[in-house]
Design a protein around this ligand. Structure first.
Ligand code: TPP
Length: 558
């Protein structure tokens, strides 16, 4: 039997540790999908549309380190580009594969369906070039192995999405078998001279500062483990805070944990700790306007050591040629100990207030009950909106995980991302917190949770609007058409689904719904939580004011 380009891709996906790939069919990728099914290293799972497919893959990469998706040319790929932007922004290696025009049509002047109606088919790859680390348009079966390998290798090394375009008449063309997978997986050998210099500079920084604190950022996700961060904190002995987007990326039960640093909306004590420190060791941070509460809370360069994924900056000097993991490992062996901040400060978590079971459900009571459900094997996916602030104020047992998409911040992300995450880590309990406005973008992906019997517990916050936007800048455009959200589950179940749709209008109803959710393992349990529009976290209100102020700065006059 002929071994094909599609088989080659399929075998590689299995070799890099994927168990599944996500797809939407179209005539430019049908033969490719056949090859993937035939070779069979990974399972083929389907999405309702390509945007959802992209976010499902993005969520799977969060659980599994990488992901793959296959869509059709233009009509599919251009829907998915938003999700690939997300994977780029959030540093997640999603292997994006698009079917492409038959090689006989390329350069022939033929006009093809699904295109913008001219005969130059390079524009799709050109668009994706901005949101991927490697863009490979395959034009011959002979070159396919090197091009597929280059894209996958670059994605895994840089932790960014890559682009592979496979013409519809090459997916089934004869191809050589893959060589050893090691060259795709291995990190490049660190530049030892540069690494040693960075570690020396970091040790000097640590030695000469009186009040040190570690600030953990969201891109540490790419390390795949919290151990290197814990080892560094233990070695230095200083206090540790996490950025909002890095919630759960340091164990909250660790003696050095001092909560979330997020400028004015920090955990009690964390703002003072970080802003009074004369040395802040920032691990893979993203200091955007949201994270800095409208540019108010970025540690000044003179006080910050920035250890990013591919470079370390200390006292204005940059060192590169090694990955963050190698830097942390070396620094954890050499760093001097500075116990000051961990001994002089303490962390007092704030309890989430409760309300009586019979009264109308409040945001606090909802957050409190969700928090009580979280154990060490729980992943919470929290959508843009007040769900961020609710997830961030929760108390996490060791092992619990929170996933947010704070850099890209696209509403609708969380429904497919929670599905992908749950497929990528089926041994964990999955909780999704999503607002009604966000849900309206990607609602139909709940049907795939039903199809694949994925028991995500969905908390849909029906507060009749875009409350986060109301707090940033109010107007008519922030109020949405109400739906019977829980009622959708009956429609999605159709004749064979086992999803459960429930309403919670009081604390007692929510508690009852959560009990039913725990028992339902054959599909998602969707709990529509009815919350008053004005009822949201205080942190959202405070943060919203600062972000609004930053957004409304007038243009500078020349
Ligand atoms: N469109 C996209 C794709 N992404 C966005 N982030 C926005 C628009 C702007 N936006 C940010 S949050 C938000 C909107 C429209 C509303 C979120 O509302 P909801 O999901 O109901 O959450 P809540 O604020 O009520 O908690």
């Amino acid at each position: 039997k002929t071994y094909t380009v599609g088989h080659y891709l399929s075998e590689r996906l299995g070799q890099i540790g994927l168990k599944d790939h996500f797809a939407v069919a179209g005539d430019f990728n049908l033969v490719l999908l056949d090859q993937l099914l035939e070779e069979g290293s990974t399972k083929q799972l389907y999405s309702c549309n390509e945007l959802n497919c992209g976010y499902t893959a993005e969520g799977y990469a969060r659980a599994n380190g990488a992901a793959a998706m296959i869509v059709t040319f233009n009509v599919g790929a251009l829907s998915a580009i938003n999700a690939i932007g997300s994977a780029y922004a959030e540093s997640l290696p999603v292997i994006f594969v698009s079917g492409g025009p038959n090689t006989n049509d390329q350069g022939s002047g033929h006009i093809l369906h699904h295109t913008i109606g001219n005969s130059n088919y390079g524009y799709q790859a050109e668009m994706f070039r901005h949101v991927t680390c490697a863009t490979e348009v395959i034009l011959s079966a002979e070159n396919a192995p090197a091009q597929i390998d280059n894209a996958i290798r670059t994605a895994l090394r840089t932790r960014k999405p890559c682009y592979i375009e496979i013409p519809c008449n090459l997916a089934g063309a004869e191809c050589v078998r893959p060589g050893p997978v090691g060259s795709l997986l291995a990190e490049t050998t660190p530049d030892k001279v540069s690494l040693d210099a960075a570690v020396k500079a970091a040790c000097d920084f640590i030695e000469t500062r009186k009040n040190l604190v570690i600030l953990v950022g969201s891109r540490v996700r790419t390390l795949g483990s919290l151990e290197p961060i814990v080892a560094l904190a233990d070695r230095i002995g200083c206090a540790v805070t996490v950025m909002g987007a890095a919630k759960s990326f340091f164990p909250e039960t660790h003696k050095a944990f001092r909560g979330v640093y997020w400028g004015e909306v920090s955990s009690p004590g964390a703002q003072e700790l970080v802003e009074k420190a004369d040395g802040v060791i920032c691990l893979a941070p993203i200091f955007n306007d949201y994270a800095t509460v409208g540019w108010q809370s970025k540690p000044p360069a003179s006080q910050a050591l920035i250890a990013d994924l591919a470079e370390v900056t200390v006292d204005g000097k940059s060192y590169a040629g090694f990955h963050l993991g190698a830097f942390l490992a070396a620094l954890s062996e050499k760093a001097p100990s500075r116990p000051a901040t961990v001994e002089n400060t303490k962390y007092t978590p704030v309890a989430i207030p409760s309300s009586a079971p019979g009264v109308p459900l409040t945001n606090d009571e909802m957050a409190r009950q969700i928090n009580a459900l979280v154990d060490g094997k729980t992943t919470i996916t929290a959508e843009t909106g007040d769900s961020w602030f609710n997830a961030i104020r929760m108390h996490l047992p060791e092992g619990a995980r929170v996933e947010t998409e704070m850099q890209w911040g696209s509403i609708g992300w969380s429904v497919p991302a929670a599905l992908g995450n749950a497929i990528g880590s089926p041994d964990r309990q999955h909780i999704l917190m999503v607002g009604d406005g966000s849900f309206q973008l990607t609602a139909q992906e709940v049907a795939q949770m039903i199809r694949y019997e994925v028991p995500v517990i969905v908390f849909l916050v029906n507060n009749r609007g875009y409350v986060i936007e109301i707090k940033i800048h109010d107007g008519n455009y922030n109020y949405i058409k109400n739906w019977d959200y829980a009622g959708l589950i009956k429609a999605f179940n159709a004749e064979d689904g086992q999803g459960l749709g429930l309403h919670a209008r009081t604390g007692a109803e929510l508690a009852d719904a959560i009990e039913k959710a725990k028992a339902n393992k054959k599909g998602p349990t969707f709990i529509e939580c009815h919350i008053a529009t004005e009822d949201c976290t205080d942190t959202l209100v405070q943060w919203g004011k600062k972000v609004a102020a930053a957004n409304s700065r007038p243009p500078q006059k020349n």
